[in-house]
Design a protein around this ligand. Structure first.
Ligand SMILES: Cc1cc2nc3c(=O)[nH]c(=O)nc-3n(C[C@H](O)[C@H](O)[C@H](O)COP(=O)(O)OP(=O)(O)OC[C@H]3O[C@@H](n4cnc5c(N)ncnc54)[C@H](O)[C@@H]3O)c2cc1C
Length: 485
């Protein structure tokens, strides 16, 4: 019998489920997403003066592509993306694999999550100079001497709490030496879709009729029928969709999935979503000046002591990176002429904080509405000793961190989740936590599997998306084997 499988979402976790399901026989794959497929502009140079940054990766997420149905008790409360392709249409493409420091949280999952990487080799172009990826098909990311020297210096520092390596980026294209006539940097770096996104791949699968796309459909809640083992979706409080499914994989992102859970279970009134806060710090790299021709992150530097686990991404200066920061810090526009000789030595550090030292937020049911409220607020002063020691160590590698850093609650990269963690460790500390099992199921759900960052055991600081994709693949593999029995 042909089984009907539904995937909710079109972001990276949903694509992972698709990749696994496409290898299966006797199933029909259905996919729906909050927003319809859109013609997002995908050609031209995003830094060209004629566009004035209007096509920038960071600007593509317009207000009307966010879920504005939430009530909030404060300004700038996070909202889920309802854009086809999810947040991967605006992300930075930085990837990381599961690190030893965090393996303990995954203990219930016996399988090595990193062993699933080869399943993504033809899906995203991993671009990295790190030895971690040597066994996989990768391409090199051009790193200028300035940053290479910096990494050499960092590696020479004898401190067990410190580790560093080249960054890894998921690209949509092959890296070559072609230079854009408009911005003067690499053409593979200045296109709107330079960083990999799930958007175009899912669109191709829809066009090739490999998956059935249910247009203009957003999920309000899911209902399971335990007698005939089917799942139904509602597109509104009382509006049941006329198809039923044998299994559902939910990849609506941490907030989107929480919303579906709150609407599906009467006895769940609150969900606390963990995040990674971010401190952005401008810096001077005294190694040497150089000309970097792309805007991706070059290196990462990690520091772990008994109070914190810090993950920093280092961005060496490039002209286009300066244009991007003009949007964020308007002052830069006026002083850049004055600073140009100095800027060639400069860079920036994005310091991601671990879940324990970061803010959380709560989604709560209140008189039939979902309200976003502030959750845990970390005490900043607890982290100061670790951060200042880290900055002093960086000074040994000749990086001066300038005192204009900004602490950004929840970060800017939407590293949200772990609210349905399957790790017992997190459960002990968090009374609000709703635990999932190893197949991403919560409460009494049998055939509804959450596959996005909601079911990560913990939010490790640094890039989370590739780990989410590997975990989504694992859950789909384990869950689909049940339907064959
Ligand atoms: C500016 C920025 C930079 C980032 N940089 C990085 C980076 O460099 N490295 C990294 O690892 N991560 C990065 N991230 C985070 C990364 O984008 C997310 O981790 C990733 O997109 C999560 O994938 P997902 O599939 O779980 O969810 P999403 O990408 O959020 O996709 C969810 C999908 O579900 C759909 N949806 C939501 N609700 C419903 C509903 N009720 N019904 C139907 N469909 C629904 C949405 O339309 C969307 O398509 C960045 C994020 C941002 C915003």
């Amino acid at each position: 019998m042909i089984k009907k499988i539904l995937i909710i979402g079109s972001g990276p976790s949903a694509l992972s489920a698709c990749i696994k399901l496409l290898k299966e026989k006797n199933i029909q794959i259905y996919l729906l997403d909050g927003k319809d497929l859109m013609n997002i502009e995908n050609s031209g140079c995003i830094y060209s003066s004629t566009h004035e940054g209007s096509q920038s990766r960071y600007k593509k997420l317009f207000k009307n592509n966010l879920d504005n149905s939430f009530k909030t008790t404060y300004k700038d409360a996070p909202k889920p993306s309802l854009q086809f392709g999810g947040y991967s249409t605006v992300w930075g493409g930085a990837i990381n694999i599961l690190e030893n420091d965090y393996e303990e949280y995954w203990s219930v999952i016996k399988e090595d999550i990193n062993s699933l990487i080869p399943n993504f080799e033809n899906i995203l172009e991993i671009s990295s100079n790190s030895d971690k990826y040597l066994q996989y098909q990768t391409q090199e990311l051009p790193i200028v001497k300035r940053e290479k020297k910096l990494l050499e210096r960092l590696k020479k520092i004898n401190n067990k709490k410190l580790s560093s390596d080249f960054s890894s980026i998921a690209m949509s294209t092959k890296i070559d030496k072609n230079i854009c006539q408009e911005c003067g940097e690499y053409t593979w770096s200045c296109k709107p879709y330079s960083a990999w996104s799930s958007h175009s791949l899912i669109k191709k699968l829809v066009d090739a009729e490999k998956i059935i796309y249910l247009q203009n459909t957003s999920v309000y809640k899911i209902e399971e029928n335990h007698t005939d083992n089917t799942c139904a979706i509602y597109t509104d409080k009382h509006k049941k969709y006329d198809l039923e499914f044998n299994k559902i994989f939910v990849g609506a992102g941490a907030i989107g999935s929480s919303k579906i859970v709150l609407n599906s279970f009467e006895d769940i009134s609150k969900i606390e979503i963990h995040t990674n806060d971010l401190i952005s710090v401008p810096s001077i790299n005294l190694s040497k000046k150089d000309t970097k021709l792309h805007t991706f992150t070059d290196l990462y530097i990690k520091y772990k002591d008994n109070k914190s686990n810090l993950f920093s991404q280092y961005y060496g200066y490039s002209e286009n990176l300066l244009k991007l920061s003009e949007n964020a810090v308007p002052l830069v526009k006026y002083i850049k002429g004055l600073l140009k000789p100095l800027l060639r030595y400069s860079g920036g550090i994005f310091l991601y904080l671990d879940q324990e030292n970061s803010s959380s937020f709560v989604i709560e049911k209140e008189m039939g509405e979902l309200v976003i409220k502030k959750g845990h607020e970390p005490k900043k002063r607890n982290l100061f000793p670790s951060i200042s020691t880290f900055f002093l160590i960086l000074l040994k590698a000749r990086i001066i961190c300038l005192p204009f850093g900004k602490w950004r609650k929840y970060g800017t990269s939407n590293h949200f989740g772990a609210q349905f963690s399957f790790s017992n460790e997190t459960e002990k500390r968090n009374k609000l936590n709703i635990q999932s099992d190893r197949k991403g199921r919560i409460k009494k759900m049998k055939n509804v599997h959450f596959i996005d960052s909601s079911v990560l055991p913990v939010l490790a600081p640094g890039p989370i998306t590739f780990i989410v994709m590997l975990n989504a693949y694992r859950i789909t593999e384990e869950a689909i084997s049940e339907t064959k029995i």
